[in-house]
Design a protein around this ligand. Sequence first.
Ligand code: PNS
Length: 166
Amino acid sequence: MSDVLAIYPGSFDPITNGHFDLIERSSRIFDRLIVALLTNAEKEPLFSVEERLAMLREVTRNLKNVTVDTFSGLLVDYAVQKKARAIVRGIRAFSDYEYELQMALMNRKLEPRLETIFLMPAESYAYVSSRLVKEIFRHGGSVKELVPAVVEERLRQKINPKPHEV
Ligand code: PNS
């Protein structure tokens, strides 16, 4: 097949260096990649859809075969509509595996033509998550090596970090 499209779905609240690492890796494997932001997640996000989209677009702007989009409803329905062949998900630690396996097998049950591809981020990002980034920032810790500069700036605008407690 000539043009293989993959979808990298997520909440990206906000995008971290770990996410970006996976986007870069995927962009080297697949002909095209859509980073797809879920807009109707149950959890209350820190950043609005527009803010998360803007950060994703800024961070991926130099990757020519990567586009950013939103989706709601079932991921498999969106992937079929886009004619994607694969879903990309990251596995950082063993603890991610159970949830990711369940989701991958359920997605396969719903749409057997789609494959889920698991990628591992660089070791240096194995412990990075959006949730921890927000928590660290709120308590005055440095997130410089964990998120792109544009995200750090947005966090600064959104959250008033507490001074470092000693
Ligand atoms: O970044 P996240 O929050 O780990 O991403 C989770 C996401 C968006 C991939 C997942 O919640 C999802 O695909 N939601 C869409 C609804 C859906 O298809 N649910 C069934 C999954 S088996």
